[in-house]
Design a binder for this molecule. Sequence first.
Ligand code: KG4
Ligand code: ZN
Length: 347
Amino acid sequence: MSDVLILGVETSCDDTSAAVLSGERELLGHVIAAQDMHGEYGGVVPELASRAQLKLIDRVVAQALAQSGKRLSDIDAFAVTAGPGLIGSLLVGLNWTKAAAFALDKPVIGVHHMEAHLFAAALEEESAEPPFVALLVSGGHTLLLHAKRWGRYRLLGQTRDDAAGEAFDKVARLLGLGYPGGPVIERAARDGDPERHRFTVPMVRPGQSEDGDDYYDMSFSGLKTAVLMRVRELEAQGVLENETAHLSAAFQLAAVEQLTEKTLRAVTATRCERVILGGGVARNKALAESVRKRLGANVRVFVPSPRLATDNAAMVARAAAFRLANGERCGLDLNARADLPMPGVVL
Ligand code: KG4
Ligand code: ZN
């Protein structure tokens, strides 16, 4: 039997993406169209995002198909992000995909956006599979999971307030560095001295025990406020501009140390020998380096390439390949949900 050909669609936020995936790893076509109008507003404007999705979706799918050398009628199954995300944006991809599946009488699979991020590393590395500890760090979520097998995930910890990517975005705004914040903070931090403005690493204290609910949980809003207070002081002294790189480096260090410590705790407790990073913040080189260094040579850390770490349709198609092989199908009553709970998550 030849490999299943899946067309994946991702429109959960401000990227419009389509991918043609053959089997589990052969990416025949993959297009990601990022919207650049949100920078002007310092964050994603939902109404603008959904309108742009509508404008782009046909072209993006056509380009992915053209790259793959396949026609729409060659596709065996359709996959689409059903949530979580911005409802207007989600609905564009969902309705496009359902219409195509209906017209061609092919199955459709609704995919959870964070489960898709979990599958990104598996597109490139066959051994990026359970059992593993996963740290998923995006603009909307921060999850620490233990996966014994695909489809069943024990939630060890999550953020109590802002998501990791959101913290990068907010701090970048405070520092006047633009949007999205992750890449600009990372760039600025390279020229900064992280020790000049040391911030306390959130949620990491001596004496924390595995039974405590703060052992794996994370937090970023206190760190963001600490940066804000320092920014105000430096502004009053008229020296803020000279300190931007140092503040970026200090913020990044505290954020990365928190994420690294929590991942290390999860690996120690579960005795996993594999760690998967996923989500936009997984593009951060300091994070990958720190996790690799702290976990040592006996733990393999899988980091998706930058294009597959941020939002993309290839990971959606890959997650759907698993669900499809499991015999799952969605009906045409499949709907989008802004707060869709992740399937298979146990506490
Ligand atoms: O996964 P993603 O593309 O979209 C969501 O599902 O939210 O993640 C976007 C987030 C943004 O907050 C962005 O600032 C962050 O990922 N990000 C980074 C880096 N590149 C993107 N954060 C830290 N360092 C980076 N290099
Ligand atoms: Zn995402």
